[in-house]
Design a protein around this ligand. Structure first.
Ligand SMILES: NC(=O)c1ccc[n+]([C@@H]2O[C@H](COP(=O)([O-])OP(=O)(O)OC[C@H]3O[C@@H](n4cnc5c(N)ncnc54)[C@H](OP(=O)(O)O)[C@@H]3O)[C@@H](O)[C@H]2O)c1
Length: 256
């Protein structure tokens, strides 16, 4: 392969969870722009279909399949559909996550705890396991987990969410180690503060933003597009010797 084609994903099938908006939408667009057939997924099919339309308008290839990653049956169903339709999956981007609770860690209620764990840990784990089985059969693949800088430094009043993101970092390394011999690479992106609906409680509040920016050397939040390039790199042949790695894309947040 020539150096020029290191990022070419032609012929690859990629599944991106949480692709209806925000970081997942940006990732779906970039992978499609580099030739992948992208399966966009989230709980709301219509929203994913809108993203697919935009991808197709830009000359790419995409389809939408709904999946609530906190529901084990829906996880099983999406992989049955992918196997039937495509017979393979080259790239999985575990991006959809839940953060239902903002408050003191001592007051975390069981419902919020369970939802966060079911989506962010159990969901990521079994999405990876199911995708990994398809990749094992096909001789390889690439899994990218969207974790968070909060998995390294817990976010203020975001205790259980941060705990699950630390688990995603650990999960990335555990899957990477056991799947390396199967030619399946497993890596993580750790976004810093990014302007999406998810972060709007922070980015939409000038007082909180002023305080948050004092911890970000680049002195700004990111746009979702600024997260996608790292995922493209990790999905592509440019990262053929990279596994078990966590890449911070955080404006320098974790350096201070
Ligand atoms: N924004 C930040 O500052 C930031 C920082 C660090 C890490 N992250 C991480 O980046 C990832 C994407 O976040 P974002 O900021 O792009 O959020 P976002 O704009 O709110 O998008 C979240 C996406 O996930 C989907 N989703 C939510 N719950 C789901 C579930 N149970 N099953 C399937 N899909 C689900 C949503 O669609 P539906 O509602 O249709 O399901 C949507 O497509 C997350 O893993 C988050 O932890 C974000």
């Amino acid at each position: 392969m020539s150096n020029k084609n290191l990022f070419d994903l032609s012929g690859k099938v990629a599944l991106v969870t949480g692709a209806s908006r925000g970081i997942g939408e940006a990732i779906a667009h970039l992978l499609a722009a580099h030739g992948a057939h992208v399966i966009t997924s989230s709980r709301k099919l219509e929203d994913c279909e809108a993203v697919c339309s935009a991808i197709r308008d830009a000359g790419g290839s995409a389809e939408a399949i709904a999946c609530h990653i906190g529901d084990m049956q829906q996880i099983s169903d999406i992989f049955t559909t992918i196997k039937e339709k495509h017979g393979k999956l080259d790239i999985l981007v575990n991006n959809a996550a839940a953060n239902p609770y903002f408050g003191h860690i001592l007051d975390t209620d069981l419902g919020a705890f369970q939802k966060t764990v079911d989506v962010n840990i159990r969901g990521y784990f079994f999405m990876s396991a199911e995708a990994g089985k398809i990749m094992r059969k096909a001789g390889g693949g690439s899994i990218i987990n969207v974790a968070s800088v909060n998995g390294v430094v817990p976010g203020h009043m975001q205790g259980i969410y941060s705990v699950t993101k630390a688990a995603v970092i650990s999960m990335t390394k555990a899957f990477a180690k056991e799947c390396a011999g199967l030619n399946i690479r497993v890596n993580a992106l750790l976004p810093g503060l990014t302007e999406t609906k998810f972060a709007s409680a922070l980015t939409g509040n000038p007082a909180i933003m002023k305080q948050a920016l004092t911890h970000i050397p680049m002195n700004r939040s990111a746009s979702p597009d600024e997260m996608a390039g790292t995922v493209l790199y990790l999905a592509s042949n440019a990262a053929s010797y990279t596994t078990g790695t966590c890449i911070n894309v955080d404006g320098g947040y974790l350096t201070v």
